[in-house]
Design a protein around this ligand. Structure first.
Ligand code: ATP
Ligand code: MG
Length: 448
């Protein structure tokens, strides 16, 4: 049978076997974000095109080459979000969140769309975990978001990431720097790639971000922004570093980091790995004090980052980072006969309402085939229900790991089975100071 079509190039299907890993990362970042006081914001997958033109910037690769833009049936120009900050900033302004206590700290877990050349770590649909701290102008805010990303990597057990930081100054001090850059790159015009030649007059800083090896070589000798910072920007950058040192977060200053989006001011940073090929930036972010005003709001400082979930996953897999196992089937209820089938369905529902994972036959297998299936899906226990069990109101529970059997009263099955699951969970923790008396006390509800 020929499929009528395949998935679009640069997109990934996450099958149930693989989604557990992503879910684990997602629940970790949610929990950490909330510990830092960041709460989730969800915005639409598409926005008016001009939002990204204005915020990401007309001269960026994202806006010039990578956006999924189309006209809807009403003739509006619509774009699938290429990143998360613009939508979050729009929503922040539209809903007047600037009237709430500041800073407003939000996070998002969202899909992003960029028409890029698909390769390892570079997709057309990818996912970002991002945070934004709106209204926070102090160096402490920059350091806080950096420490959040740092804690995510630490929690997940990711190793060998380097944190590279830089300051790209404010519009005032950047002007002189850009003049100096222009003069320098003008002298190397012929060597630069075609794209960079056109960047030269419009936004020479973009050349520093070019991935072509020849341009990178030229860029290595370019003037350094750090030599052009004004006093305020320099003091801010030094204070960010003081916070990082106080939090014992290692970093290196890399004057080559300018970030791909136009809205950044002052602090920019990346967490980089050299273990996943050319696409080594797992997280990038910084300060964007001009963005909210650019979008029509009052001037207000802000900073944030975006972390690529697929790149993080690639890195964790490359490092063989352990992932927790997916929740197993606690019990498979095999049944035979019309009445027993109904009883199995009822019992499964009851177990599930107590938070246990229970399964029964919905495929129409015979008893033997059901037990084989239970084994295949790794059920921890099985129980067989037939006419005899309904008659005696007793049921045999088989532990599939050691083969032992025990008899449980059918009418108290859920309660009794729950105690068994709790007992198993406790014995899995090697806890020598919990004696058997204490254990039976817990199992019996505390009155033993
Ligand atoms: P790069 O330099 O790799 O192109 P970028 O500067 O375009 O990255 P940002 O816009 O800062 O990236 O996005 C933040 C993070 O999102 C990146 O650090 C990366 O982890 C991830 N990311 C960006 N583009 C892609 C993509 N096409 N596929 C997968 N992940 C991506
Ligand atoms: Mg990019």
């Amino acid at each position: 049978m020929a499929l009528i079509t395949n998935a679009i190039k640069g997109t990934l299907d996450l099958l149930p076997k693989e989604s557990a890993k992503t879910q684990y990362i997602e629940s970790a970042v949610r929990e950490i974000a909330e510990n830092f006081g960041f709460y989730e914001m969800r915005t639409p997958v598409f926005e008016h095109t001009e939002l990204f033109q204005r915020s990401v910037g007309e001269t960026t690769d994202v806006v010039q080459k990578e956006m999924y833009t189309f006209s809807d049936k009403g003739g509006r120009s619509i774009t699938l979000r290429p990143e998360g900050t613009a939508g979050a900033a729009r929503a922040f302004l539209e809903h007047g969140l600037f009237n709430e206590p500041l800073p407003q700290k939000i996070f998002y877990l969202t899909s992003c769309y960029r028409y890029e050349k698909p390769q390892a770590g570079r997709l057309r649909e990818f996912h970002q975990f991002g945070v934004e701290s709106f209204g926070a102008a102090t160096p402490a805010a920059d350091a806080e978001i950096i420490s959040l990303a740092h804690q995510v990597f630490g929690y997940l057990g990711v190793q060998n990431l380097t944190l590279e930081i830089n300051s790209i100054g404010c519009p005032t001090c950047r002007k002189q720097f850009q003049e100096a850059l222009k003069t320098y790159f003008e002298a190397h015009r012929e060597t630069l790639c075609e794209t960079c030649q056109s960047r030269l007059s419009r936004n020479p800083m973009r050349i520093l971000d070019c991935k072509s090896p020849i341009c990178s070589e030229v860029a290595a000798g370019a003037p350094k922004i750090l030599d052009y910072l004004c006093d305020d920007c320099r003091a801010h950058f030094e204070a960010v570093q003081a916070y990082l040192r106080a939090m014992q977060i290692d970093y290196t200053v890399n004057p080559g980091i300018v970030r791909g989006l136009d809205y950044y001011t002052r602090t920019v940073f990346e967490f980089v790995s050299n273990e996943i090929g050319a696409q080594g930036t797992v997280c990038g972010g910084g300060r964007y004090d001009g963005l909210l005003e650019e979008l029509g709001g009052k001037p207000m400082a802000a900073c944030g980052f975006g972390m690529g979930i697929e790149r993080l996953l690639l890195l964790m897999e490359a490092q063989n980072t352990p992932f927790p196992e997916r929740k197993a089937c606690d019990v498979y209820l095999a049944s035979m006969g019309e009445k027993a089938n109904l009883e199995a369905a009822r019992l499964a529902l009851d177990l599930r309402s107590e938070g246990l994972s229970a399964q029964f036959d919905t495929f129409g297998r015979g008893l033997k085939a059901q037990l084989k299936y239970a084994d295949k899906i790794g059920a921890l226990y099985t129980a067989v229900l037939g006419d005899a069990e309904l008659e005696s109101r007793k049921i045999q529970l088989k532990n599939m790991r050691d083969g032992t059997q025990s008899e449980l009263a059918l009418d108290e099955f859920t309660d009794n089975f729950q105690s068994i699951v709790i007992r198993d969970a406790m014995s899995a923790f090697d806890a020598p100071d919990i004696g058997s008396n204490a254990l039976s006390e817990i199992l019996s509800g505390g009155n033993a």
